[in-house]
Design a protein around this ligand. Structure first.
Ligand code: FAD
Length: 415
């Protein structure tokens, strides 16, 4: 009785830990030789944090994350549009964390190795395809062509999933809507609350930043994550997406030169980074099915989404938990995969589509359209009701409205 997992990213590792918690045997096949701490910052929303706490990872998260206290939106002129408390300060029973994606991945990787044993993750084993039968499923490994037999196969192999490609051979590459992100970390003085996720700009030019550490006691500076975003005509094309491609300051810094606000000197923050990474913002069109017999998809393989509203990693974590509850209810069966997909595919499709319409960041676009970013009193541009409704609607859509999350039962049942 084994679940074969393709990919040791956030989804695959959380799935392995969740299977282990439920007493289900599993193994991960990962294409890279050595799993290392790649990427820059991400935010984990309280609905995902709850799941990691229920996996007993509270102390580990505390050690690598900063509790996000506030989310604040600003216009391109630096005027504050909206700010709201986050995590426990907003009444959730769990915090929201800002943390380094690579540190999260390594924390989950270490937990899998400790709990399931080092043999649970087989590296240098890219999955090239699958086959499915009435009561079993197989993966095929790239290079050797070796096949491995299990009960279920889960494709957690990211935005370029080989498992998805076999399911959807005509789908083609991810879809680029025209935005390019330059992502980096810098050492900088804390700004606003010291744990604020701040966003400035509008749909065609945006800057997002949040700290990944507290201030160093000696220098007073914290490690701060930032993302500069510009939008181009998508028909022009851009470099293929690669999380590790280095970017060039001259491609985007000139656009941000006058974004020196009283709460943050953005050009100075950009200049102080040692290295930045360039990534075209891509997703994929939602598909009609994630499942083929005893094989299904999860995380970015199932529903890659724009990194708007901080939900990519959070939704991958929730996917893993819902699939394991389906195993608890239906065993390692095609019925379990159908139950998982019936719950998760519509929910994540809504988020993918909402993120294409700017998700909660739409308030910045509305301000840009209505007044070009310059205002005295924000209530003359956007009413408080509009602001509150936009924020609340996205939380409900993404599954983290405070009342619903605090009151619902755990997803995975205790043994
Ligand atoms: C190197 C890297 C850096 C990233 N950096 C950021 C970032 O800075 N900010 C951000 O918002 N998001 C980042 N992401 C994406 C983010 O991790 C995901 O959007 C989200 O966490 C969902 O996770 P996932 O496990 O579904 O996919 P991923 O995190 O993409 O994990 C997929 C895993 O599958 C492995 N894999 C791929 N193909 C195969 C195959 N054929 N066989 C076996 N294994 C395979 C990959 O090596 C990887 O370990 C990054 C992803 C990667 C892989």
């Amino acid at each position: 009785m084994t679940v074969l997992i393709a990919g040791a990213g956030i989804a695959g590792l959380t799935l392995a830990l969740s299977c282990h918690q439920a007493g289900i045997d599993c193994r991960i096949y990962e294409q890279v030789k050595v799993v290392g701490p790649l990427g820059v910052g991400i935010n984990l929303q309280p609905h995902a944090v709850r799941e990691l706490y229920e996996l007993g990872l509270e102390e580990e998260l505390e050690a690598i994350g900063v509790r996000t206290r506030e989310v604040a939106y600003f216009s391109r002129k630096g005027g504050q549009i909206w700010a709201e408390p986050r995590g426990m300060e907003a009444g959730y029973n769990w915090p929201q964390y800002s943390l380094h994606r690579g540190h999260l991945q390594m924390m989950l990787f270490d937990a899998v190795q400790q709990r399931l044993g080092p043999e649970a993750i087989i590296t240098r084993s890219g999955v090239s395809g699958y086959s499915t039968a009435r009561s079993s499923a197989k993966i095929e490994l790239a290079g050797s062509g070796e096949t491995i037999l299990g009960d279920i196969v889960v494709g957690c192999d990211g935005i370029h999933s080989a498992i998805r490609r076999q399911m959807m051979p005509d789908e083609g590459p991810p879809v680029w809507g025209g935005a390019v992100l330059w992502r980096a970390t810098s050492l900088a003085e804390p700004f606003l609350t010291g744990a604020t996720m701040a966003m400035a700009g509008h749909e065609r030019q945006k800057f997002v930043t949040y700290p990944l550490s507290g201030p160093d006691p000696e220098t007073g500076r914290a490690l701060v994550n930032w993302i500069a975003e510009l939008k181009y005509d998508p028909s022009q094309g851009w470099n293929r997406e690669d999380w590790n491609r280095q970017g060039k300051l001259e491609d985007f810094l000139p656009h941000f030169e006058d974004w020196n606000f009283d709460w943050l000197d953005i050009p100075a923050m950009i200049r102080s980074a040692n290295v930045c990474f360039e990534y075209p913002m891509v997703d994929r069109d939602p598909i009609e099915s994630w499942t083929d017999g005893r094989v299904t998809l999860m995380g970015d393989a199932a529903h890659p989404m724009y990194p708007i509203g901080s939900n990519g990693a959070s939704q991958a974590i929730v996917d893993a938990r819902v699939l394991v509850r389906a195993f608890q209810d239906h065993g390692l069966s095609a019925d379990a995969l159908a139950a998982y997909e019936a719950e998760r595919r519509p929910a994540t499709t809504r988020i993918v589509l909402a993120n294409r319409q700017n998700g909660p960041d739409q308030v910045m676009e509305l301000v840009e359209q209505r007044c070009g970013g310059t205002f005295g009193d924000i209530s003359e541009v956007l009413s408080r009701d509009e602001l509150e409704e936009t924020a609340a609607a996205y939380k409900t859509l993404a599954g983290f409205d405070v009342g619903g999350l605090n009151s619902r039962q755990p997803i995975v049942k205790a043994l």
